[in-house]
Design a binder for this molecule. Sequence first.
Ligand code: GLY
Length: 274
Amino acid sequence: VLEHGRSILDRGASAVEAVEQCASLLEDDPLFNAGCGSVLNENGKVEMDAGIMDGRDLAAGAVAAISNVANPVQLARLVMDGSEHVLLIGDGALHFAEHCGVKLTPDHYFFTPDRIKQLEQARLHHRIMLDHDDEGEEQKYGTIGAVARDRAGNLAAATSTGGIVNKRMGRVGDSPIIGAGVYADNASCAVSATGYGEDFMRTVFAKTLADIIDFRGGDARSAVDEGLAYLTRKVQGRGGAICIDGAGRCASGMTTKKMIHGWIEHGGEAICRF
Ligand code: GLY
């Protein structure tokens, strides 16, 4: 995914194009909790959220509580580029998808045996949980996100998720909430967050990282460190984030044990952390 992002940015793609394409690849991978392989809600259904933001002009698009769209991030992009709105939900978002010519995908595409097992476990223990709550190899494939800076220096961010396991029907997390799970502003940074969405909404997490740089100065590293310290101090928040600043410096951090992530900084080597 990182190399794909590099190659299209090298060919002159915009940061928005890069985050949309990279997020789509992650949505297509059944290991992750977005698109195919999304977690299941209390009714055993997939309800997905996604958001995308362009740091050039703060244009943003998002969809929430949607089903039967293989790439929610692409629908979020359509909302950004092709509607007067920022956030569309549920049936309204699906109606808009059909209006845009997006083909709906049958339920079975999204379901994986692991997610069915995970819901059974969550129900058994009466828990609503992150899909990667516990230790163990199979437990760490969560919400997906991408941030990028293009050759023109523009920033963009995208986040997409199935949410949390056994969540209530209609629950919306931080991923499609601009400023909570996704944010991009050329003047500061682009951020994509993962974790318990409620914690990230209550702290307006992604915008907080941007504000740290905007109002105080600093870089992606200091913003992630201060932002996660704030998340912990205020709400004992659990999750993590990736961030790129206007100078192309990358940073990541988490308060959970694990978060699969990687970056290519200033055209260097691809670094992956598992
Ligand atoms: N951060 C993903 C969610 O809570 O839905």
